[in-house]
Design a protein around this ligand. Structure first.
Ligand code: HUE
Length: 100
């Protein structure tokens, strides 16, 4: 084992501040606070879809979000988790990157 641990400065994990409508969705899924990592945002969005049963029980990769705030944010009635492009477009518009 190397005796001198190299002390490089800890990598700053990218944090983001969701805009109000997205924050409302994350908080509905149990998120606390206002600053998250993108991984946490994805986790809470998954929780939100699951608890509101927006996915199709027969085809679980399909998410039907028309009539839900999520659908308004995404600007679509449904999407497949296999093609998350509408999701990334929504995140780009609704997440503010924290540079500090
Ligand atoms: C790989 C990952 C993913 C992650 C990001 C992307 Cl851009 C695509 C895909 N993923 C794969 N299926 C899902 C999924 C499917 C149906 C219902 C809920 C989630 C997810 C999503 C997760 C998640 O954090 N996934 C962890 C474990 N999931 C497995 C699926 N589980 C559900 C499957 C249907 C039955 C209920 C449980 C929930 C836990 N977060 C998401 C947020 C959104 Cl906006 C859309 C989809 C997901």
């Amino acid at each position: 084992t190397s005796d001198s641990a190299c002390r490089s400065s800890p990598r700053q994990i990218k944090q983001v501040r969701p805009k109000p409508p997205l924050l409302k969705i994350l908080q509905a899924a149990g998120a606390q606070g206002e600053i998250f990592t993108v991984t946490q945002v994805m986790h809470f969005l998954g929780q939100y879809i699951t608890m509101k049963q927006l996915y199709d029980p027969r085809e679980q990769h399909m998410v039907y979000c028309s009539g839900d705030l999520l659908g308004e944010l995404l600007g679509c009635q449904s999407f497949s988790v296999k093609d998350p492009s509408p999701l990334y477009a929504m995140l780009r518009k609704n997440l503010v990157a924290l540079t500090t």
